[in-house]
Unconditional design. Sequence first.
Length: 410
Amino acid sequence: MTPRHPDADRLHQFPPEQPDRLDVEPLYAQLRPTAPVSRVRLPVGGTGWLLTRYDDIRTALASPQCLRGPLSDPETPRILPVPATEGILMTLDGDEHAAVRSVLVPWFTARRAQSYRGATRAAARDLIADMRAKAEPDLFEDFAQPLSANVIGDLLGVPRTDREQFHHWSVELLSSDYRPERVQSTVDSLEDYFTGLVAERRCRPRHDVLSALAEHADAGHLTTAQVVELARDILVAGFETTARQLVNSVYLLSTAPGAWRWLQHDPTRVPLAVEELLRFIPLGAGEFRLRVTDAPLSLAQDTPFPVTIGPNEVIIAPTSAANTDSGRFDDPFILQLDRHANAHLTFGHGAHRCLGAQFARMELNAGLHQLLEDVPTMALAIPEQDLRWSRGLQVRGPRSLPICSLDHDI
């Protein structure tokens, strides 16, 4: 008989209460040694299986037996009040998913992302110059948010005059405590907006993602509804999340003793630091990575507590649990900016791996490089304990990050 540990039979509530600041949920480390695959109760609809080991999470994310599509079924147990609202790419599987994704892949390569690096550095330089004129510059509102809006807006082909409205829409879609009808209203607003923009691109195409998607619709490869939904997905996935990651990164670098100066001494260290920050920061609920099995799936087979999960079961595969597994990473709760062999799962794994990963990396690298160059020192303008942190949003981080005036050395 397979040995059982008491933890394996205890039904934990999931998600647990959000930890302070950027701490990782302690439940993962608690369960990993004795119940690496545990049944948990979800807020809506029933139970699921929580994975806490790197190897099991990676296996589940890559497995064709673990599907995204069933998460849109109202009867499927889930975390949020409404079924999967993450868009078309995240609700398709198999050949259908591959066909739609292939339309976008050429626009999200590492080479194309790097082609935006110069413009991103220039935008960052201008934003820093604008911050110098402010008595109380806020790195989120005055830098990270508009920088992210510039990158994703330029890629999509969205007029700059409309990008402030995008922040409002993306925050609402990334909130876990708004009423379902309010979420639907936001979805409807975005769909109306992009429907008009796609119609414009059909008449006057440009070199941007919306024009390319409109061309595929005209060729019969996509429907207009799919084009609009894909545009919405790209906005929501690439705007608020990257801005928050950049702010969280600067927060850690400015509060960890010597970190900012260490990077400034040798900016070639930035790419390694970005990867470690991606591993270390639990950005939010999006990293829970839910799936539904369509066949039995065996996990934790190399442990004393193996489990075979049957079909039609919900699996929760948190990437922050994988990224803090001491079986994979030495001292996982210590920020090591020069960490090598950093195979984190922050962008997911398998067929649904984040399409915009290379753009996120480019933006984080470019933003940090420019801050290191133009801000000789970096410090918070208020005591760290006075920072106000977001609660309820699916993306974690300080609501604002006030930094000292840039009119003089900090």
